[in-house]
Design a protein around this ligand. Structure first.
Ligand code: ADP
Ligand code: GLC
Length: 481
């Protein structure tokens, strides 16, 4: 099969979160199954600088008023997978991130930037002849690409099948309805059963309503988003499409997240020979100014500093966590208020709490490798990758029972196959109580090592997800005339 992935980010070209990891890794798993995936993303300066073998650009003319846009075929630096960069300097050659400016504000023309991306994906879908490659399926990811099936319907013709994956229902791409003429969307779509959303238009809802099939990134999240509590005001829409929705747990890139061959960590280790993990822990303590104590359990946190991730719950539980004897290392970037609270916690407990505010891919590997326990107290978590990385590095996860966290971690006190600790609710008390269970197991080294070995043995490769996603593609093909 020929599949075009389209997304706002892909690792290792550009990354703000797990979406990039998924879009970078899943195509490789399809390639192993004999399918051909190409990825379309904007030609951000970072992406342009990192691709290899760029080919002759194809002019797309002036679309949506940004001036000339071009399609640059190239390859990924690590996998030689083929990518198309949508080169339109007016839209994408800016300082700051893919979605936010240097001050952390949404780019004011995000509606137009990502409409352009979606439009070009649809164009490749109907007129692949232009580039000599016609996809059977266009697979769009998150709100930035929600308009892909809208443009395809607008143009009719011999359109490919469309899949829309919800990585996070909370980010919706909602704009005033007055943007529609500027992005050449037919006003006929601006109806309650279409992309209209409380008087505005929602790119996410467009994807939910008009794609042939929907997927999301874990079975539990697929159920949760049909409820009022997790549905972000779209649960009714999701319920209407429940028969077309499938929850498929993400995998992880086991080449990049491999403790036996990870260039970022102090010493390699594996389930068979875990001795290097102590070296990684000592190096991490040294690097963050924590007391060099091999016995103290070291708790790691890593993630975007936003309400979703529940970092405030960790901060509120800190006195109790420290009373249990833990050292704490945290890395994250995001909302200024949460960044400040994290810095204050580090200042309040020198030598016991270390905080790195910022984005650092290598240091993320060092935390996963060097910590003993990894905490993910998210209020909701569609899938979550960091807890799976932690399992692979023998760092036992403590997670809230939600979304992909519930689907990837089994509690040691609830299952003989347990690999971590799971708690309900979102109170600092529940978190501290569960960390005290972890602390008690940590005091029994032989039992701890047995759970670690089980965690490290878990298979989170992408193959299973690729096979299931392929079934979704097949079901579209079967139903197409
Ligand atoms: P989300 O996509 O909601 O941010 P995931 O757990 O799916 O959550 O993915 C987060 C990804 O981003 C992981 O690869 C994680 O290692 C990475 N990450 C998050 N924050 C940072 C940071 N401050 N520095 C380095 N990597 C980070
Ligand atoms: C989103 C979710 C996260 C998920 C990631 C990749 O950003 O917040 O839970 O793992 O997408 O699917």
């Amino acid at each position: 099969m020929k599949i075009l992935f389209v997304a706002g980010e892909v690792f290792p070209l550009i990354k703000t979160g797990g979406l990039a990891d998924v879009v970078g890794a899943l195509p490789k798993a399809f390639r192993a199954l004999g399918d051909e995936v190409r990825v379309l993303l904007p030609a951000y300066p970072e992406a342009l600088a990192r691709v290899v073998d760029p080919g002759t650009p194809l002019s797309l003319g002036d679309s949506l008023g940004y001036g000339e846009a071009r399609l640059i075929p190239a390859r990924m630096p690590d996998s030689s997978l083929e990518v198309f960069l949508l080169d339109c300097p007016e839209a994408f050659a800016r300082p700051g991130g893919p979605y936010l400016d240097t001050e952390g504000r949404d780019w004011p023309d995000n509606f137009r930037r990502f409409a352009l991306l979606s439009r070009v994906a649809a164009l490749i879908g109907v007129a692949g002849g232009l580039i000599g490659w016609q996809p059977d399926i266009v697979h769009a990811h998150d709100w930035q690409t929600g308009l892909v099936p809208v443009y395809l319907r607008q143009w009719r013709g011999n359109a490919p099948g469309t899949v829309f994956t919800i990585h996070n229902l909370h980010y919706q791409g909602v704009f005033g309805a007055d943007v529609l003429p500027e992005i050449a969307v037919d006003p006929a779509f601006n109806v309650m059963d279409g992309l209209e959303f409380y008087g505005n238009v929602s790119f996410l809802k467009a994807g939910l309503v008009y794609a042939d099939r929907l997927t999301t990134v874990s079975p539990t999240y697929a159920r949760e988003i049909q409820t009022h509590a997790f549905g972000c005001n779209l649960d009714g829409v999701v319920r209407q499409r429940a028969h077309s929705l499938r929850g498929i747990l993400n995998g992880i890139d086991q080449d990049i997240w491999n403790p036996a061959a990870d260039p970022a960590i102090a010493a390699p280790f594996s389930a068979a020979d875990p001795s290097g993990k102590a070296v990684c822990k000592a190096a991490l303590q040294r690097a963050c100014g924590l007391a060099a104590d091999p016995e103290a359990p070291l708790l790691g946190f890593l993630g975007r500093l936003v309400w979703q991730k529940g970092v405030d719950i960790v901060l509120a539980a800190l006195p109790r966590i420290l009373d249990l004897g833990f050292q704490v290392v945290m890395q994250g970037a995001g909302e200024a208020g949460l960044e400040r609270l994290c810095r204050e916690a580090a200042a309040a407990y020198p030598g016991r709490v270390a905080v790195h505010v910022g984005y650092d891919e290598d240091f993320a590997h060092r935390i996963e490798a060097g910590a003993d326990v990894f905490v993910v107290p998210s209020r909701f978590e569609p899938c979550g990758l960091t807890q799976m990385y932690a399992l692979r590095y023998g760092t036992l996860p403590v997670v809230r029972r939600t979304g992909g966290l519930a689907d990837s971690v089994a509690d040691v006190d609830e299952s003989r196959e347990g690999t971590g600790f799971v708690f309900d609710g979102e109170t600092p008390e529940a978190l501290a109580e569960t960390l005290s269970r972890a602390r008690r197991l940590y005091a029994r080294p032989a039992d701890w090592r047995a759970v670690q070995a089980r965690a490290m043995d878990k298979d989170f490769s992408w193959r299973a997800a690729a096979v299931r996603t392929r079934e979704v593609y097949e079901s579209i093909k079967k139903n197409k005339p």
